[in-house]
Design a binder for this molecule. Structure first.
Ligand SMILES: Cc1cc2nc3c(=O)[nH]c(=O)nc-3n(C[C@H](O)[C@H](O)[C@H](O)COP(=O)(O)OP(=O)(O)OC[C@H]3O[C@@H](n4cnc5c(N)ncnc54)[C@H](O)[C@@H]3O)c2cc1C
Ligand code: FES
Length: 369
């Protein structure tokens, strides 16, 4: 038994050393020379080969969404590589569908530029810019969620042009316990008309790199960097009835959408189902009252999954899906829904909304994990 354990240990040790040497050799010794990247058959640039496609594009101020910061664990950084991408890597497979594989879609954070490449990206990504900003105000809206207001300090551009519902990627610089720069996605919580500023709602995730930076290291007047805007989750220009559903920090893009509807003086019927555990997890209630006063057909429906005895809660109890099943009236009038929160919450809410007669293609969502 002892001999087997030693043998396994030795083999594992040798494999680890070889893997480290290969990574080192690939990063520091292999010289791929200058490589050309052609984008959408119209833009071309040259870079030093050997880096990932994602970081090569970033070096040219072309920002592809990368919610996991290039770790290969979000699937957001997909782009089409028509030539020069080499074989698909094992680390890409779990994020690539059959369709993706047939259409040369790859994870740009995993593919290294080792030869000239021809790629395709959505044209709107050319509008994504890098911004500098300072923290103007930071408020704890619950014991786990901060509302942060940033003043944009960069001049070109001096304002973020986005659609209500879209997100940015915030950069956490190295800090004690986190040696590398890391980007994470955060939905813009403020109004599109709030020029020169953006607001975010950021929840604390224990051990999380960027949320620890935000909750424990970021102070008023500190400088931050972010890129944006990203995403195809935004308020559609229709007259349909609007169903909004969020849990926790999923409130962020929904708040921006509500400010947009307010700016439009919308008379659309709007229901906002918001889920929290206890009364102390509810926040921005004054604003929700303001929206109810200012938007003639808006209703805020908070629901608590675990109200405490001293909450004296008389509102809805249970998950948001339960409140939707109970309160959403079925009718022939066109409806569209906007959902934000965890993947399980979104998956179960989509089912309930479809069962209520809302076409699946009219259910828009952003999964936060
Ligand atoms: C499009 C989009 C928009 C988003 N908008 C927001 C937003 O407005 N506000 C907001 O707070 N977050 C938002 N997120 C989530 C955010 O991008 C980060 O994933 C989250 O803040 C955790 O980052 P981190 O670096 O602190 O944790 P990481 O270092 O990435 O994770 C540390 C550990 O925590 C786990 N973990 C990660 N996220 C969660 C979670 N939410 N709950 C429980 N465990 C988790 C990871 O699996 C890992 O094991 C959004 C995500 C996406 C994709
Ligand atoms: S950046 Fe997340 S998978 Fe590539």
């Amino acid at each position: 038994m002892y001999t087997i354990l030693i043998t396994v240990g030795v083999i594992t040790g040798i494999a680890t050393v070889l893997a480290v040497l290969l990574t080192f050799a690939d990063s520091y010794i292999a010289d791929y020379g200058i490589k050309k990247i052609t984008i959408n058959k119209e833009k071309e640039f040259e870079i030093d080969g050997g880096s990932t496609l994602l970081s090569s594009l970033t070096s040219q101020s072309i920002f592809i969404p990368s919610a996991c910061g290039g770790k290969g664990s979000c699937g957001y950084c997909k782009c089409k590589i028509n030539s020069g991408g080499g074989p698909v890597l094992a680390t890409e497979l779990s994020y690539l569908s059959k369709d993706d594989l047939q259409n040369n879609v790859r994870l740009s954070c995993q593919v290294k530029v080792k030869e000239d490449m021809s790629i395709e990206i959505p044209a709107e990504l050319f509008n994504v810019k890098m911004f500098s900003a300072t923290v103007e105000k930071s408020t704890n809206v619950t014991d786990k969620i901060k509302q942060l207001r940033f003043k944009i300090t960069s001049n070109d551009p001096a304002s973020l042009d986005f659609k209500a519902g879209q997100y940015i990627q915030l950069l956490a610089p190295p800090y004690p316990g986190s040696p590398e720069e890391v980007y994470r996605a955060y939905s813009i919580a403020s109004a599109t008309k709030d020029e020169g500023y953006i607001e975010l709602l950021i929840g604390y995730v224990e051990g999380g790199i960027v949320t620890t930076y935000v909750h424990q290291h970021l102070s008023n007047d500190d400088k931050v960097t972010f890129t944006g805007p990203y995403g195809d989750f935004y308020l559609q220009d229709t007259d349909a009835e609007v169903i909004l559903v969020a849990v926790g920090t999923g409130m962020a893009p929904i708040r921006s959408i509500l400010y947009e509807l307010l700016a439009q003086k919308s008379e659309r019927k709007i229901s906002f189902f918001f889920g929290a555990r206890t009364k102390s997890d509810l926040f921005l209630l004054d604003e929700m009252e303001m929206f109810e006063r200012e938007l003639p057909n808006f209703k805020f429906i908070p629901t608590l999954s675990r109200p405490e005895e001293n909450d004296d809660w008389t509102g809805e109890v249970g998950r948001v899906t339960h409140a939707i099943e109970k309160r959403l009236e079925e009718s022939d009038s066109p409806k569209e829904a906007y959902l934000c929160g965890s993947a399980p919450m979104i998956d179960s809410t989509v089912k309930v909304l479809v069962a209520k007669g809302i076409p699946e293609e009219k259910v828009y969502f952003d999964k936060f994990d």
